[in-house]
Design a protein around this ligand. Structure first.
Ligand code: FES
Length: 194
């Protein structure tokens, strides 16, 4: 027995094709709008919460969170940074990850330098490269200093140079989403010891 096609399709195959194309077009438009919506939401809201790595860390006053000049740096494990205070009183937030292959380096108080346990790269208190296979000095995060009304008074510059706090009572904010790459090994900072 021969198969019979439905009467409608035989009589008007164009309608079916047009309907299909319309549906496909509507589906594409729908996906496009969903994409636009998702991107808008991502930009409208910060991706990382405050106090979460990738976001901003609101700490206490400069005098409370940074150590004495040229003394052992303070570690912030959650934010993955070290807070260093240099001899001239300037401050830096150093990303805790070694610039060689990404190990977590440590501060060695007796030697007064950071040493990476993986392949022995060494860095000064301000993150300047000393020796080892690391290709550059330690990376830095942007530090902001805010007054009591939340106004920004000082901020790390584009080069990531150590920031001299104009006032020890300013509030410290470390932006772990804003990383400044360390200078190539052999290139010094104004704060480098040698
Ligand atoms: S990962 Fe630090 S020296 Fe290799």
């Amino acid at each position: 027995m021969a198969n019979k096609k439905p009467q409608n399709e035989e009589q008007n195959p164009e309608v079916t094709r047009r309907e299909f194309l319309n549906l496909a077009w509507l589906a594409s438009l729908g996906f496009f709008l969903i994409d636009i919506g998702a991107v808008t939401v991502l930009f409208a809201f910060p991706r990382f919460k405050e106090g979460e790595f990738g976001g901003r860390f609101v700490l206490g006053k400069v005098s409370e969170v940074f150590p004495e000049p040229d003394s052992d740096p303070a570690e912030n494990p959650k934010g993955k940074f070290w807070l260093s205070r240099l001899e001239d009183g300037s401050i830096i937030a150093l990303y805790k990850v070694c610039t060689h292959l990404g190990c977590l380096y440590n501060w060695q108080g007796q030697e007064h330098k950071f040493i990476c346990p993986c392949h022995g790269s060494q860095f000064q208190l301000d993150g300047t490269y000393i020796q080892g296979p690391a290709p550059r000095s330690l990376d830095r995060f942007v530090v902001r200093l805010l007054d009591e009304n939340g106004n920004e008074v000082a901020v790390t510059d584009e080069e990531g140079l150590a920031l001299v706090p104009p006032d020890e009572d300013l509030q410290v904010v470390v932006e772990t989403g804003q990383l400044i790459r360390g200078r190539p090994s052999g290139e010094k900072y104004p704060t480098s010891e040698f």
